[in-house]
Structures are given as structure tokens and as C-alpha cells.
Design a protein around this ligand. Structure first.
Ligand code: CA
Length: 226
């Protein structure tokens, strides 16, 4: 698989290229937007990893122009800013996914795999609980007609909770499964992600809620009618 990395932060692009090569991907790296566009439009890449802020054309312009040219390769946008508006703009410009720097390289690889799998995928795998459907391919969480995209860690937590309905999952277990046994993630990392997920569930108007049992853990359950 051929990957194009368009990134002007040399240390980041070198690290990314190294990781991709270890996964047996073929990688080209360019450090400015004009070369990025020229390489990408050649059509020889299976996925394009595109920084937003670049010398020359920026990532949003490149993405828009590539789509205008009919290029269909998935584009994963890297943004240094954690602003929803940037993400929305990136996706409006034809990007398929985005990641906010700094990011976890395992997460990046998972996104790359998901994006390349999605092309020509016949049936998307999903799990459901109550009125919720979670796509294991796109990390989208659906409730009725509403859809919201989950970040990788949100997705992992949701997948664990939805796969074990009504069972309390301890914070330590979530840290171990989502962040890794050797990570230095702490309880408040989990709490922060649970709070993101609760906001997303309420955005979706789902009947499902994530409840907390002190000193026991979290579980997903249907909201009792008040
Ligand atoms: Ca940059």
C-alpha cells in the first residue's frame, strides 16, 4: 500500500514514515503544499495523510482541489488545532477523517487501516445496544437519524461498554484496555472521556446513558423513565 505524507514538521513526518514502513507500507514524504498536491494528484496513493498548515497550498485547499479533480483516495487530515470548526471545514473539503496533534501513533495506524478498509468494503461491521448503533469501521455512533463521529478512545470505551451491557466496567480495566497496561493514564483521563461520551449521547437524544457506580465503575444502560 502506498501512503503519501504531506507534513512540514520534519520530526513528525520522519517518525510517521518510520512507523508506516515498519507496517510494510510504501511511504513518500513531502514537506510543502505545492509538492503535496502534485504528488497526490498523480493518483498513485492509497491514502494521503495531509497536514493543514503547510508552506504553499494549505491542506484544506489541497483536499478541495484533489476532490475537484475527482481523486477518490482517502484523506486523513492532521490539524494542530482542536477546534470543531477546523474539523468540520476539513471534512467539508473532502477529507475522510482528521486527527488533532499531538496524537497517538497506534490511533493513527488504526485510522489508516479503517480508511483503507472502508474503500470497497462490502458490509460494515457494527454493534448495537438499545437505540444505538456503533460502526466498528467508521467509529460513527448512530441513534435514529442522528450520527456523531467518535474519537478513537471514545470509540474504544463505547465499544467496551456496548459489548458488555449492564455490566459495570472498572476504571482500571478501561485504562488497561484503552490506554494500555503500561500507560500512565489516570482516573481523570477516563472521567474526561466518559464526560465527552455523555455529551455525545445527549446530542444523539439516545435513551442510553452511561451510569457510574462509585468505586465500581461504569456501565451503559437504558435511561429509566423519570
Ligand atoms: Ca504544519
Amino acid at each position: 500500500m502506498n501512503i503519501l505524507i504531506v507534513e512540514d514538521e520534519k520530526r513528525l513526518s520522519e517518525a510517521l514514515a518510520q512507523i508506516m514502513k515498519e507496517q510494510k507500507y510504501t511511504v513518500d514524504v513531502v514537506d510543502n503544499g505545492d509538492d503535496g498536491y502534485d504528488y497526490a494528484v498523480s493518483g498513485q496513493y492509497d491514502i494521503i495523510i495531509l497536514d493543514v498548515m503547510l508552506p504553499g497550498k494549505n491542506g484544506l485547499e489541497i483536499s478541495r482541489q484533489l476532490r475537484r479533480e475527482g481523486l477518490e483516495a482517502p484523506i486523513l487530515m492532521l490539524t494542530a488545532r482542536d477546534e470543531i470548526s477546523d474539523k468540520v471545514t476539513g471534512l467539508d473539503c473532502g477529507a475522510d477523517d482528521y486527527m488533532t496533534k499531538p496524537f497517538d501513533t497506534n490511533e493513527l495506524l488504526a485510522r489508516v487501516r479503517a480508511l483503507t478498509r472502508r474503500r470497497g468494503a462490502v458490509d460494515l461491521e457494527e454493534i448495537s445496544y438499545g437505540d444505538l448503533i456503533l460502526s466498528l469501521d467508521t467509529y460513527d455512533l448512530r441513534c435514529g437519524t442522528k450520527v456523531i463521529h467518535l474519537s478513537f478512545k471514545e470509540f474504544e470505551i463505547m465499544r467496551i461498554l456496548m459489548s458488555n451491557p449492564k455490566v459495570y466496567i472498572a476504571k482500571e480495566d478501561l485504562i488497561c484496555k484503552v490506554w494500555g497496561a503500561l500507560s500512565d493514564a489516570e482516573d481523570n483521563n477516563v472521567e474526561a472521556y466518559i464526560s465527552f461520551l455523555r455529551k455525545k449521547l445527549s446530542f444523539l437524544n439516545s435513551k442510553a446513558v452511561i451510569s457510574t457506580q462509585r468505586k465500581v465503575g461504569y456501565r451503559i444502560e437504558e435511561n429509566a423513565v423519570a
